[in-house]
Design a protein around this ligand. Structure first.
Ligand SMILES: Cc1cc2nc3c(=O)[nH]c(=O)nc-3n(C[C@H](O)[C@H](O)[C@H](O)COP(=O)(O)OP(=O)(O)OC[C@H]3O[C@@H](n4cnc5c(N)ncnc54)[C@H](O)[C@@H]3O)c2cc1C
Length: 390
């Protein structure tokens, strides 16, 4: 997401992008993605929002429920209301659909910019340029290198040395269920967190309501395989969420065998510097973000826009442009990283005492001052990087 969006953004500023992707084919995993209004602003500025929104689902509300009973703890409106509040829609999109639209736009605007099956093995830089070494032995040169290569970024290692990400003690399940496999209206048309002891489930619709996306997070110390494509057993999925309410049981029973996947969630601490000379990082490569605020990809999308603007402001001084870019992005992305980390503690309350102490006041706040909870996220969703300098 980050690399493709950055290519579109720098192209829109008059530069010539080249994206080197290790995969032979563009093939996103079967999973959903939430895009807050702050991400939609960027997609609109890059003129790709319309086709993306046409393939998405617009949730009516964001809500938190107590998983074991299904009782609602709080809710705030999304849909038309959040669009009016922040000037851009909140979308739920299949990752493959988003990726296809970004690739289509890039191929149309900058044909040949996307190079598949090109794994990067290293790079070198001088005062006048950067050279990139690919696994096939070839070398390519350019003015600036942006590592948008995810949490295990080779470019990050090349800049700052190797350092392993931290296992967070959480594993995540993902599955997609066609809506016709479950009872009508089983799942609310919302972004719903079903919080519970030592875990939570997130549900939302994709593709205009044809599919239900499920993410299930469970605390575990003993399993650290970090792959998006490791199959898990349905029996194990059911066991992990056995204490959850009847609606979640019904949904999980509808998952087809061999279509649920499990992986370990890792993260890193915020960085104090992520650029050196003509080389910088973007997205999970510099600020890997847990999914508990649903903003990791959106941060990469925001990065892309700000990066392109900084390069356009100092086209003859890329080192300075990359420093401006990182200064503009560091505080916000660190806040999102740490906020996402904190949310796992908020979602996973293990006993009645901590559940009452945490969720009781939030429930009350939602009843007494319904606008209060939505306002707590204005700093996140209300940001429009396309209107703000640098
Ligand atoms: C369960 C879950 C749910 C999530 N939900 C949301 C959500 O709702 N909203 C949201 O905004 N975020 C969400 N996220 C976070 C989001 O998925 C990531 O933050 C996002 O994918 C980061 O994008 P990226 O482009 O920086 O990195 P990546 O998506 O990791 O992409 C990196 C790319 O670099 C390529 N690459 C790696 N190494 C090399 C190399 N050596 N040479 C060439 N290519 C290479 C990879 O093949 C890959 O294509 C979620 C994450 C998880 C785990």
């Amino acid at each position: 997401m980050g690399g493709l969006t950055a290519a579109l953004a720098v192209h829109s500023q008059g530069f010539t992008p080249h994206v080197f992707e290790q995969s032979e084919q563009i093939e996103e995993v079967g999973a959903g993605l939430q895009i807050g209004p702050n991400g939609s602003h960027v997609l609109r500025a890059l003129d790709v929002l319309e086709p993306i929104a046409a393939r998405a689902f617009r949730p009516q509300a964001a809500e938190m429920r107590f998983g074991p009973t299904g009782q609602q703890i709080f809710s705030f409106p999304l849909g038309a209301e959040i669009e009016a509040r922040h000037g851009a829609p909140y979308l739920h999109i299949h990752r493959a659909d988003l990726q296809q639209e970004l690739v289509a736009a890039l191929e149309q605007r900058a044909p040949g910019a996307l190079h598949l099956g090109k794994a990067i093995t290293g790079f070198d830089q001088s005062a006048s340029g950067v050279s990139l070494t690919l696994q096939d032995g070839t070398t390519v040169t350019g003015d600036v290198l942006i590592g948008a290569d995810g949490i295990h970024s080779k470019i990050r290692t090349g800049l700052f040395g190797a350092a392993k990400p931290r296992f967070t003690g959480n594993t995540a399940w993902r599955a997609i269920v066609p809506v016709d496999r479950v009872r009508k209206n089983l799942i609310p048309p919302n972004a719903t967190v079903w919080a519970g002891p030592h875990g939570h489930v997130v549900t939302y619709y994709l593709r205009g309501g044809e599919l239900i996306n499920i993410v299930g997070v469970r605390e575990a110390r003993d399993w650290q395989n970090e792959s998006w494509t490791t199959p898990g057993s349905k029996q194990e999925l059911l066991k992990d969420f056995a204490p959850w309410c009847a609606d979640i049981q019904e949904l999980l029973h509808a998952v087809e065998n061999d279509t649920c996947f499990k992986w370990a969630l890792h993260d890193r601490d915020p960085m104090k510097n992520w650029s050196k000379g003509r080389v910088s990082l973007l997205g999970d490569a510099c600020h890997p973000t847990l999914p508990f605020l649903a903003q990791g990809a959106v941060m990469a999308i925001e990065d892309a826009y700000v990066l392109a603007r900084c390069l356009a402001q100092s086209p003859d001084a890329p080192q300075q442009a990359l420093q401006s870019y990182q200064s503009a992005r560091m505080k916000r992305t660190a806040k999102v990283q740490l906020g996402s980390r904190a949310n796992s503690r908020f979602f996973h309350k293990s006993n009645l005492f901590s559940q009452g102490l945490t969720y009781g006041p939030v429930w009350l706040a939602g009843k007494v001052a319904p606008g209060f909870i939505a306002s707590q996220l204005d700093w996140l969703y209300g940001e429009d990087v396309t209107r703000k300098g640098p």
